[in-house]
Design a protein around this ligand. Sequence first.
Ligand code: CA
Length: 652
Amino acid sequence: MKKINLFSLVLLFTSSLLTAAQHQLNSPEGSLQLKMEVNNGIPSYSVNYNNKVLLLPSPLGLQTNVGDFTSDLTLADQFTQSSENVSYMLPNIKQSKVSKAYNEAVFSFLKNDKPAFDLIVRLSNNDVAFRYLVHPQGERKSCVVEQEATGFVLPEGSTSFLSPQMLPMTGFARTGPSYETPYTADDAMGKNGWGVGYIFPALFRVIDRGWVLISETGVDSRYCGSRLIGHENGRYSLGFPQEGENNGNGTVSPGIPLPGYTPWRTITVGDNLKPIVETTVAFDHVEPLYEASQKYEYTRGTWSWIIKMDGNTIFPVQKEYIDLSAAMGWETVLVDALWDTQIGRDKIEELAAYGKTKNVDLFLWYNSNGYWNDAPQGPHGLMDTPMARRKEMAWMKSIGIRGIKVDFFGGDKQVTMKLYEDILYDANDFGLLVVFHGCTLPRGWERMFPNYGSSEAVLASEMLHFSQERCNTEAFHASMHPFVRNTVGSMDFGGSVLNKFWNGNNTPGRGTKRLTSDVFQLAIAVLFQSPVQHFALAPNNLTDAPAWAINFMKAVPTTWDEIRYIDGYPGKYVVMARRKDKQWYLAAVNAQKETLTLKVSVDMFNAGEQVVVYSDDAQLNGSVKSININDAQQLELNIPSNGGVLITRLAE
Ligand code: CA
C-alpha cells in the first residue's frame, strides 16, 4: 500500500476567490475522473469518463440531528490519496476471482472549522464508490441521519432504465415494497416512478457519451436501504425508506455511531455496457461480517410451487419433485409455503430422510412476518425472534435441511436490515443457506454473509404464472435483467420453465401461455446469475420436453468463474458468455419483434474447435447441431423474436 500526502491543486476562481476549492481523483488507468468541489459552502462532485461528462456537479452532504452538513462547509486543502488493490475469491458471484486496482482519496469537509465528515472515494477503472464518515460532534457520539443530500445529476437528454419503488403496504397481503416492479427502457428523465422514486440499481444512457449505473452496497443493520428519487433537470437524489413500510413500524432515518460510516454509493460507467454487466463494485469494498461455519455448497433444484402453487405443497407431490431433482442430478428441492399445515413436521422429517436416499436435500420456506404484513401462508412467527428462529434452525439441522427461503419482508428500514442480518447470522450457526423472497435488493451480501444464497427482488417467474401480460413481455424483461438487477447481486428468478402452459399438467389452454422458446428458457439459466437455483421444471418435462433440453439443464452450472459481455441493448436483446472451469456457455435471447441477425466474436472458443449450438427456427422450434468455429472466431447468430441461442464446448 502506497500512501501519498498531496497538497491538492486548489483552483482559485477569480470571480469567487477563496470560495471555490476543487480536488480531483483519477482512476488507475486515468480515464475515469471524479472532481470534488465546494462552492459557497455547498459540496458537490462530478464524474468524467474519457473526457466526457457523465455526471454533472451533483450534491453531497448529510442532514443529521447533530448538525446540518449540507451547507456552510469548507473542503480541507489537503487530502490523502493512495493506490490500493483489492483481491478476493468468491464462488457465488459472476466472477470467482477478483483482483482490481483502485485509487482512494479521503476528502475532509469542515463546518465552522471543525471536522464534519470525510468523504472516502474509491475509483477503479470503471467504478466509483464513495461513503461518508461522520465525525463526533463535541459530546455527541451517535446521530440520526435525517437525510442525505447525495444526488446524481445526469446530462440533459439522457434516458433512463428504471424500476419504480412500490408504495408501502401495497401488493399481495400488504407485503410491498418487494422490488417486483417492471423496468421501463429508454424513458425520459424528470419522472418519479409511481410517486415515490425508484429502486436500485438504476441505469442511464447518456446520449453519445456512455452509460451510468447507480446503486449502493454494504448495507447491513448499521443503516437502511435507500432508493432514488427523481426530480427535474436530470437530478436524482438518495431517498430513505418510506414512513409506511412495515406497517409504519421502525424509523425511516438510520442511526449511526460517531464516528460512523454510511453504505457505499456506487456509480459504474462505460462507453458501452460491458463494464456495467461485468462490474463487481457491489463486492469490492465490503468485507465478510463473520466466518462461515462450514464450506457452503451452492445448489440446483426444483420447486413444485411455481407450476402447481399453494395447494400442492403436499407430501406425494414433494416426493415426486425429489425424484425429479434426483433424475436431473440436482441437489435440492424447495418445499414452499404451507408445508407446516399441509405436510406437517413429522412428514417433513420423513421427506428429508427420503431425500437423503436420493442425494436430494430440502430447502424449507418461511414467512418472515411478525407484525408487518397479512400474508396468510405459514409457517408464521418462526423467523422474527431469535428464540423461535434458533429453535427452528436447530430442528432443521437435526434433520439435515440444506437451506431456508424466507419470504415477505416489505421494507428497507434499518430495523428490517437487522432482521435480514439476524436471520443470516443465526442460520450460519446451523449450517443453513438463506434465500430471500418478497425482499429487498441484496447489497454486497454475497461477500458480507458467507451463507447468503440469493434474493428474488425482481419481477420473477411467479409473475409469468400470474399474468399473461408478463408472459407477453418475458423476453423484454429477460433482456433487461442482465443490465440492471443482476449487475449488482444474485437474482433468484426461479425460472427455466419447459411447460408450454403454466398449469400442473401442462394442459393446453389452461393458465397463462409461454411465448418464449425452449432454447430461450435454457439460455436464461446462463443469463440469470444466482448460485442457488430452483428451476421451474416439472416432472412431466422428463417425458414431454426435448431430450436435449433436459440434458442441457442437467449439466448447466449455477456458479461461475468468469463473465464476458458480448452485445446487447437493455430490453431488446442480450448476448453474453459465462465460464465454469474450462466450459464456456454463450447465451443470447431476443425480445425484438424482428429476427435478430448478429455477427459476434466467439473467441472464447478455439479456431477449428467443434461446439454445440442450440438454436430456434422461425417457428421457435429448437434444435441442436455441432459446428466448427471458423478461423476468424466469429459467428453469425439468427435469433427469432422470443427465441434464444446457446453455444457450449463439446463435453470432454
Ligand atoms: Ca415474490
